[in-house]
Design a protein around this ligand. Structure first.
Ligand code: IPE
Ligand code: IPE
Ligand code: MG
Length: 247
């Protein structure tokens, strides 16, 4: 593990890593257990990866914990997941604070039950002045929901006469996304062997490097994160230019 860590160029870390934490259900099935058992074990991976990112000095970590579409799962799973998410955030708030981690949430909070919103509010409050890792939990989030929301709010401002259509540019749009103030993810990791975005950060991932691994989320640990970062550091990011133009 330390050998992997040594291979990471600490001067060229991705500023923002985004992760689709997938495969809890399959992991549970493979262990002959109920899907919720997989989600419970996924929490240990979250702890481990948050710690790993904080140790490395990563600026932003976004974790896709629950999508807008996940509300359509069987009720017992939705209820179980909500409880797990809220309990975890409550139990971890102090630890996050001790580690100077600032919590953020992105997503449609109006969809969450009130007790969940209250717990979240408290955790956000506790960590609000921290200056270390920014931990962004995507909860009841989807990229299309976010874009639709942004378009509506921009239209509203235009209607009120607070914004001129001619002045709408990419910066304006950025400001109306849930991620305003965060840099775009440079590395996006998806676990458990699925090669898709599943409505995650559709706008922000425009130039992210995508990394897919077969490892199921409950098995994902720091060394898997290090492998992804090393892979990222071996890529040439061209942003539409040609190799010779890249310094
Ligand atoms: C990811 O694991 C967690 C959530 C989507 C909430 P899944 O629950 O999607 O697990 P698989 O993909 O069915 O294995
Ligand atoms: C994406 O995983 C959402 C989260 C990890 C929270 P899903 O398991 O819901 O995505 P699909 O259904 O396989 O595309
Ligand atoms: Mg899945």
């Amino acid at each position: 593990m330390s050998q992997l860590l040594d291979k990471i160029d600490k001067e060229h870390l991705p500023r923002h890593i985004a992760i689709i934490m997938d495969g809890n259900g399959r992991w549970a099935k493979e262990h002959g257990q109920d899907r919720l058992f997989g989600h419970v074990h996924g929490v240990e991976s979250v702890r481990n990866i948050v710690e790993g990112c904080a140790e490395l000095g990563i600026g932003y970590l976004t974790l896709y914990a629950f999508s807008t579409e996940n509300w359509d799962r069987p009720e017992y799973e939705v209820v179980g997941l909500m409880e797990l998410l809220v309990n975890t955030i409550r139990d971890e708030a102090e630890t996050l604070h001790k580690n100077n981690i600032k919590l953020h949430v992105i997503g449609d909070m109006s969809m969450l039950p009130e007790y969940a919103r209250n717990e979240l509010k408290e955790a956000l409050e506790i960590t609000k002045d921290n200056t270390g890792l920014n931990l962004i939990m995507a909860l009841s989030y989807s990229g299309r929901w976010e874009l639709l929301n942004a378009v509506k709010n921009i239209a509203y401002e235009v209607k009120k006469g607070k914004l001129e259509i001619e002045n709408i540019d990419q910066d304006t749009l950025q400001q109306y996304l849930c991620t305003s103030g965060f840099p775009d993810p440079e590395l996006m990791i998806r676990t458990s062997g699925e090669y898709r975005i599943s409505n995650f950060l559709l706008y922000q991932l425009a130039y992210a490097e995508l990394y897919f691994t077969n490892v199921r989320w409950p098995d994902f640990r720091k060394e898997n994160l290090y492998e992804a970062i090393i892979d990222f550091q071996n890529r040439e990011r061209r942003f539409g230019k040609i190799s010779e133009q890249i310094v």
